[in-house]
Design a protein around this ligand. Structure first.
Ligand code: TRP
Length: 471
């Protein structure tokens, strides 16, 4: 529909929307990052703090993002801009965050895709070499890039088809599949002798391991895993029909995300302890320790391994689709582009960033900015700075710059629903979250080894803010 404004797309069904939103939330954050953060931060004590962050901060912000999106019927930039031009920068920061996350996320997605194949081509035959194989694979110049490209192509094909026919349809098939695959792995893991040590680790808190950094990690993780702080859920909310119950949908999405994170823990830790492997292997946990588990399983190992990496790929795919959609929706809403060219263009730019990230594991490992390579640069800039500040900006915007009655009307579908916790939610958004994130952000800037990078991130935000009206 060239020229005139096409009718806004909507989700076809509630189930479809829930699968798409849960698909965005459930991703590498749950299966790749959550288990290793738990492993590094002392098991269940970390999980408890993480759950508190999810319940108080995460859930409230998700309700706020859905509300802003549906109220304005616009993606991140337009949503802010249509209310107040001084705030356009907060939306643009979201689009920028989408580019940066998509500058490393598809690289890991590509690894996962590759590991499906490697599961049956000899990786598991030499358990002692698994770590070296991973190191050699990710630092090679061409092979991981080819997988990243393939992974990116899957995203493009789906997002180019549109909200309902692409994202929703794919998520409605992929998410239930992911669930079944995880259940299979969990049953296998729990059936192993010695698995209970892993359960103890997951569910019995060791408070001695908790520090300020633990809280920072838990808060950052709660934003990342719920796809918050960069307009992703604003964009998904903008396709939501007016008769949908926002709070109850948010509770479902948050519950599903938390469930899958716990399931990922259950899929890994019992088996890990059963085979005497250490849980604190860091980011390599999924690609090094998990294949080692399957190598110990004998004949069924390769099959289990394919299932696991298929699950990981599916989880990643439904998330990166949402990140791509944030930029595509911006180009459609604000730049009047058609969906197909917008998708290809955006994915093209993201692929360039991914190339830098992938090469930073090998050929470009000498090239650093603020002491880190491209992969870590994009990761730290978003996870440690942009998402938290993006969430804080959203809370300030909603709490202080939107009309309370408008919010109440939007959340209660013009009074047809009751939302008993409205006042509680409103005060959390208006007062608790801005203050809490400010404190955590300051702690983070003091704490973090890459202080230059922190300041660089803040400078980007300041510049965007100064030019907000021109954006
Ligand atoms: N939530 C996804 C994960 O856990 C990643 C993701 C998708 C994301 N969209 C996002 C993270 C928006 C931050 C913001 O893997």
């Amino acid at each position: 529909m060239q020229g005139e404004k096409a009718q806004r797309e909507h989700w076809g069904t509630r189930f479809g929307f829930l699968m798409a939103a849960a698909g965005s939330a459930v991703g590498l954050g749950n299966i790749w990052r959550f288990p290793y953060l738990t492993g590094e931060n002392g098991g269940s004590a970390f999980i408890i703090i993480y759950l508190i962050c999810i319940l108080v901060v995460g859930l409230s912000i998700m309700v706020a993002e859905f509300t802003v999106g549906r109220r304005t019927s616009l993606a991140a930039v337009g949503a802010y801009k249509s209310q107040n031009r001084n705030w356009t920068f907060a939306g643009v920061l979201g689009v920028l965050s989408a580019f940066f996350i998509m500058g490393f996320y598809p690289v890991v997605g590509g690894w996962s895709l590759a590991y499906m194949l490697k599961s049956v081509t000899g990786l598991l035959a030499a358990p002692e070499a698994i770590g070296d194989v991973f190191g050699a694979f990710i630092s090679a110049p061409i092979e991981p890039l080819v997988w990243t490209l393939l992974y990116m192509l899957l995203n493009v094909v789906i997002v180019a088809r549109g909200v309902s026919a692409g994202i929703e349809k794919a998520s409605s098939v992929l998410m239930p599949t992911l669930f079944v695959l995880l259940v299979i792995i969990i049953f296998k893991g729990l059936s192993l002798a010695g698995a209970t040590a892993g359960l103890t680790y997951l569910f019995k808190p060791d408070w001695s391991q908790v520090s300020g950094a633990t809280v920072l990690a838990a808060l950052g993780q709660s934003f990342f895993t719920l796809s918050l702080g960069m307009g992703c859920m604003i964009t998904y909310g903008s396709y939501l029909k007016k008769d949908e119950n926002i709070p109850s949908n948010a509770v479902t999405v948050v519950s599903l995300d938390t469930l899958v994170a716990i399931m990922a823990g259950l899929a890994m830790f019992p088996a890990m302890f059963a085979f005497g492997l250490e849980p604190d292997a860091g980011p390599g946990l999924v690609f090094v320790v998990v294949p080692a588990i399957f190598a110990h399983m004998g004949a069924i190992g390769p099959l289990m391994s394919i299932i696991f990496f298929a699950a990981l790929t599916i989880a990643a795919l439904t998330s990166s689709m949402s990140l791509l959609e944030v930029v595509v929706a911006y180009l459609i809403d604000e730049r009047n582009m058609d969906r197909k060219p917008a998708t290809w263009l955006t994915a093209g730019v993201m692929t360039v960033l991914c190339t830098l990230s992938s090469l930073s594991m090998g050929a470009l490992s000498g090239v650093t900015l603020f002491g880190v390579g491209f992969f870590d640069l994009f990761d730290i800039l978003t996870d440690k700075i942009f998402l938290g500040i993006g969430g804080m900006l959203l809370a300030i915007f909603v709490g202080w710059f939107m009309k309370k009655e408008d919010l109440r009307n939007e959340i209660t579908n013009d009074g047809t629903l009751t939302f008993g916790l409205f006042e509680v939610w409103y005060n959390i958004i208006k007062y608790v979250i801005p203050v809490a994130i400010f404190i955590v952000a300051v702690m983070g800037i003091i704490d973090i080894p890459q202080r230059g990078l922190m300041l660089f991130g803040l400078a980007i935000i300041a510049v965007l803010m100064a030019f907000s009206k021109k954006l």
